[in-house]
Design a protein around this ligand. Structure first.
Ligand SMILES: C[S@@+](CC[C@H](N)C(=O)[O-])C[C@H]1O[C@@H](n2cnc3c(N)ncnc32)[C@H](O)[C@@H]1O
Length: 370
């Protein structure tokens, strides 16, 4: 085998330089003397655009959403059982690293206020969807932030009985992590310009911006564990821990007033690009034989008592569509079931385990694609 030629520093540097830089200094006059100002500028612009595009592409991580009907709560016989049911969905979403839970209704018009960041839905006699949204959001919030972010509501009465999600962003007081979720405080630090944020440690930290009090943010903690320093911490998007460190950082919860709103009001850029419906009437494919195409935003939908077929039939915007027209695939994830019915909360666990390996294959094929 021939010896590889050792690259000198200057060769490597030359390779890394952009073409316009190699053409000479970025000096308008010289570019004009060379007679190619427009060409060079165009080239530079294209290069910049390409770089920006690559950066955007680099940070877009694929997401998996589940859609769950709020009506499953209406069928629970007591507040305690409804709470346990909501808790099971939160546990399933966390165990299987779900990015978004869409809670859907079967209404012609949306219920106001369910998609606001505030958890202050004050309706005492709330619908199943509103109840499920509240419990899912409450459980996803780190324990040390709940008091600041949630007002007392009767539907939270039994939430203390639920097993915690124990997600990576639910850090305990003695634990240190590169990121922490925090809530902004009203008080300001005396010797700093930024806001104070309670990140669940013995002291609040200062951040590098002035932020509205009472809001949740993701704070970069870094490696310096000294809380007495006035050095401000950075506030980042909640997707950063996932992008940078691959940490699961909880799910977000969205309300959709019907099935068509689940699909068309997707908040991810470009919408869901692969849709899967689940049903005992679905196609039977072994999990190991199932191919999910490479995706950016995958949605897996679950139905209520009467299944997804009814959700589609009763949706005026989907009238005339068969459930198989709505989803790219419609699958039975638990063939030869012994019980006549599999409840939605059971189907979520069964199905997410069934989809786990095909999803990983789809993600892997994306990451190794040329
Ligand atoms: C009580 S079941 C509804 C039963 C309904 N006949 C149906 O379409 O499956 C509630 C939900 O659980 C899920 N489910 C139940 N059995 C399933 C199965 N064998 N495979 C996949 N999903 C199932 C579906 O999402 C379904 O809408």
């Amino acid at each position: 085998m021939g010896k590889k030629k050792k690259r000198t520093v200057s060769e490597a540097e030359v390779e890394e330089k952009t073409e316009p830089e190699l053409l000479g200094p970025k000096n308008e006059e010289e570019e004009l003397v060379n007679g190619e100002p427009h060409k060079i500028q165009k080239h530079r612009k294209e290069k910049k655009k390409k770089k920006e595009k690559n950066e955007n592409e680099a940070i877009e991580i694929p997401t998996v959403s589940i859609a769950v009907p709020g009506s499953i709560i209406d069928n629970a016989q007591s507040l305690e059982l409804a709470t346990r049911l909501a808790g099971q969905i939160a546990r399933a979403a966390t165990i299987f690293r779900i990015d978004e839970v869409v809670v859907f209704d079967n209404k012609s018009f949306p219920v106001e206020g369910l998609n606001t960041a505030s958890n202050d839905i004050s309706d005492e006699d709330e619908s199943g969807a509103a109840f499920l949204i509240r419990i899912l959001r409450y459980l996803e919030t780190p324990q040390y932030l709940r008091k600041a972010l949630f007002h007392w509501h009767n539907s939270l009465k039994f939430v203390g009985l639920l097993p915690p999600l124990d997600a990576p962003h639910h850090l305990r007081k003695h634990e240190w992590g590169p990121y922490r979720e925090g809530v902004t405080l009203k008080e300001r630090a005396s010797n700093s310009v930024g806001s104070l944020v309670d990140v669940g440690l013995s002291k609040p930290v200062v951040v590098d911006q002035i932020l509205e009090p009472g809001k949740r943010f993701t704070v970069v903690m870094g490696a310096n564990r000294n809380l007495d320093t006035d050095l401000p911490h950075q506030v980042v998007s909640s997707s950063k821990p996932r992008e940078e460190a691959g940490n699961y950082w909880g799910y977000r919860v969205r309300y959709a007033h019907n099935m068509s709103s689940v699909l068309k009001d997707c908040t991810y850029k470009g919408g869901y690009d692969h849709l899967i419906g689940t049903s005992e009437h679905g196609e039977i494919i072994n999990s190991s034989d199932l191919t999910i195409p490479s995706f950016r935003h995958l949605l897996i939908a679950f139905g209520g008592l009467a299944g997804l077929e009814e959700c589609v039939e009763e949706d005026n915007n989907l009238k005339g569509n068969n459930v198989r027209d709505v989803f790219h695939s419609y699958l039975n994830t638990c063939p030869s079931q012994g019980s006549r019915t599999i409840r939605t909360e059971e189907a979520i666990f069964i199905s997410l385990q069934y989809f786990r390996e095909p999803i990983n294959r789809a993600l892997f094929s994306k990451s190794t694609a040329p």
